[in-house]
Design a protein around this ligand. Sequence first.
Ligand code: UGA
Length: 471
Amino acid sequence: MTKQPIGVMGAGWVGLVTAASFADLGHSVVVRDVDPARIEELESGALSIYEPGLDELIRRNRSRLRFTLDAAEVFAATGVVFVCVGTPPTYSGDADLSAVWRLVTELPAGVDDTILVMKSTVPVGTGEAVRAKLDARGLENIVYASNPEFLAEGTALTDFLNPSRIVVGSFAGAGAADVRALYDTLNAPVLETDVPTAEMIKYASNAFLATKISFINEIANVCEDTHADVTVVAEGMGLDPRIGPSFLRAGVGYGGSCFPKDVAALKQVAGNSGYHFQLLNAAIEVNELQKRRLLSKLKWHLGPLRDRTVTLLGVAFKPNTNDIRQAASLVIAARLLAEGARVRAWDPVALQAAGPVLGPEVELCEDLLGSLRGADAAVVVTEWDELSALDLDEARAVMRRPLLIDGRNLFDPDTVRASGFVYEGIGRPSADVDSVSSALAVPERLRFSARAAAQRLRGAEVAGEPNPAGA
Ligand code: UGA
């Protein structure tokens, strides 16, 4: 049976994963983007987006994929068009919907019998606003549906083909069966809802996961003061099926193009209707502070950071992607530079993207061991597999000071300490400052007292306590 042809507006990460996956399911797909360089690149078989397996999936299904700059070509070829345009945050934290409005305005006048399926993450109420604009243009026959994506970067293709759920929002059921039918071959629960509910499911899911991360990060911070180990606490919590083990990894906070943007947008959606979403405010603030806590840990051991060389291990917001949007590494690098440190950054795939954002003061290192040569501290920011495979003895040998701050709890503390490192994780029993002083060879007068450091880590001002380091 011939499969329904599909259109995709927007050749970004969501658009290309959607297009390639539907092509793999046997659909012919026309992908449109407004950027001539991107279309040219895709036509030539190149791909600047890093998503494991996507390159290969596009190549394998090349005969079923067409790339174009022309919106009319999409609507001429198919009756189902997925909207996968970007909805980045504006200064106010609201989502920028200009790409959506451009699309609605550009819809060719004669288009009829088409289902417009919103995959981009849009604020609750957007579907109703699009519906109103379509109607105002006399395009009542265009059906609108919401079908949010739940793809995570790095595992997007698996997520597409093995979804946890498929959500189809429609106005009075119009088009729902057609959208649902596209996923018939996938084994997943389908939830049919109205449009605002589908939109809210997406926001609420991301906001809940982000809050879960901020929650475990706060537990981690308390663990540090109480000598508990957050990794084991999380394991113990996660065994309760009502809590579940996922998204309980404490670390440097969440980043990426989705959580920060969607949490801020949901906060604005609530605020715009007069509701003060306190829990989200806290989740956002905890996340911001979490990135900065690493600096306190460095100072705890090294004293003032001026002229210290600090290597950031990983700059991508998470492994298996070259995406650096809202990555913790950007904040940590900026703070280190502001403190006068010399900053190096290593990452297996994200250096090219990171270079212009980090700026010329950050030395980009392709070689992992080379990035550690002569460094006063190494900071794990992204839990890349390459780091787990690092030879700790070799690393110890090339560093000036053996200090490893593990922002992702990637390493086993005992193993790292056995290699002669001073190890600090997140929410794990910390090294005793006095016992490590000789290992780091930082003069006593330049280090914070343990009490002052602990108070600083809690964000408290240390009243009346002299800070010999002057930092
Ligand atoms: C997220 C969601 O997981 C997807 O379901 C959703 O579809 C997507 O946003 C989206 O809205 O498009 P993504 O941003 O790709 O996906 O990445 P995640 O794997 O969710 O990680 C987000 C951030 O949280 C990363 O910085 C990661 O390091 C951090 N994280 C994650 C933690 O700090 N701890 C955890 O336990 C899990």
